[in-house]
Design a protein around this ligand. Structure first.
Ligand code: G3H
Ligand code: 13P
Ligand code: NA
Ligand code: ZN
Length: 304
């Protein structure tokens, strides 16, 4: 059933595991995620970004979730990922989202604090959970000033938690979105993460957590893709982050790679096929496989 994100955050924090949060833009990804969660008996966050909403329309995205909410027994929250405005949050509330992220992490700290506090005052009475972010996730190509300016400050995290009343915090500890996360070796600031947990005791969220598995990258490169230099977060680092207090892990890129690698291979192998379903079905199956793999990595199997 559809549940509040508050329930998922609290349980994961209490029992020391992480709930998988998976992005979807269409029926194929949504179904793959729900089927995987059901087979693993795991709770999940189903999340949509503003650009997902721009692509499909919120009526379709929220509508699909509400249509199947009694068909799946595992608890799942419908979450707005990286909401960039109060208007976005209000739209999500209107469409029955049970969790939101307000992301003012690239704005001045005071603005982040004030807008996040306002979002909490709107959502909390409705039982909708609020996630916010401190520090910035930067891409491999970004010009980074200094680490101190980009990563979360644990003291500030404590003040922010107390000042806003958020349900969960995403601390920037060195990850980035997409398939190209690190120039050289992956480096997450675990000590910083440990201090944020110690100071806040909040459920914490790891963004940019995809593993960017070489099987998929290889297959994409083999069938005409160009993903040279793709690099993700090693599974061991995800496990360590969960041990140190991460309770929600966001994964989008791994699902995209599973889907696209299957499409590229199938379309080059099945040259006479013009029925999209013959390509989409195996692609959807591969997304389901990678979601199950991630759920097991997070220790959330059997936690529904
Ligand atoms: O926010 C992280 C996503 O992986 C990017 O998603 O392309 O739907 O904005 P988007
Ligand atoms: P990845 O790009 O590593 O999958 O991260 C997704 C994410 O953080 C969505 O909010
Ligand atoms: Na989010
Ligand atoms: Zn993110």
């Amino acid at each position: 059933p559809l549940v509040s994100g508050k329930l998922l955050f609290e349980r994961a924090n209490e029992f020391g595991f992480a709930v998988g949060a998976f992005n979807f833009n269409n029926m194929e990804f949504l179904k793959a995620i729900l089927e995987a969660a059901q087979e693993e008996e795991a709770p999940v966050f189903l999340q949509t970004t503003e650009s997902a909403i721009g692509y499909a329309g919120i009526e379709f995205l929220a509508g699909m979730v509400h249509a199947v909410k009694d068909s799946y027994k595992v608890p799942f929250a419908l979450h707005l990922d990286h909401g960039r405005s109060v208007e976005s949050v209000l739209l999500a509330i209107r469409y029955g989202y049970t969790s939101v992220m307000i992301d003012y992490s690239d704005k001045p700290y005071k603005e982040n604090l004030e807008v996040t506090r306002k979002v909490v005052s709107l959502c909390s009475p409705l039982g909708i959970s609020v996630e916010a972010e401190l520090g910035r996730l930067v891409g491999r190509e970004d010009e980074v000033e200094s680490v101190e300016e980009v990563l979360v400050d644990p003291e500030q995290a404590k003040e922010f938690a107390l000042g806003t009343g958020i349900d969960a915090l995403a601390p920037a500890i060195g990850t980035a979105h997409g398939a190209f996360k690190f120039k050289g070796e992956p480096r997450l600031d675990f000590e910083r993460l440990r201090r944020v947990k110690e100071r806040t005791n909040l459920p914490l969220v790891l963004h940019g957590a995809s593993g960017v598995y070489y099987e998929y990258v290889n297959e994409i490169n083999m069938y005409g893709g160009e993903l040279k230099g793709a690099r993700g977060v090693p599974d061991d680092d995800v496990r360590r982050a969960i041990e140190l207090g991460i309770n929600k892990v966001n994964t989008d890129t791994d699902l995209r790679l599973a889907f696209i690698s299957t499409l590229r291979r199938m379309m080059s192998e099945e040259r006479r096929n013009v029925d999209p379903r013959k390509f989409l079905k195996p692609a959807m199956e591969e997304v389901k496989e990678v979601v199950k793999r991630r759920i097991r990595l997070y220790g959330s199997s059997g936690k529904a």
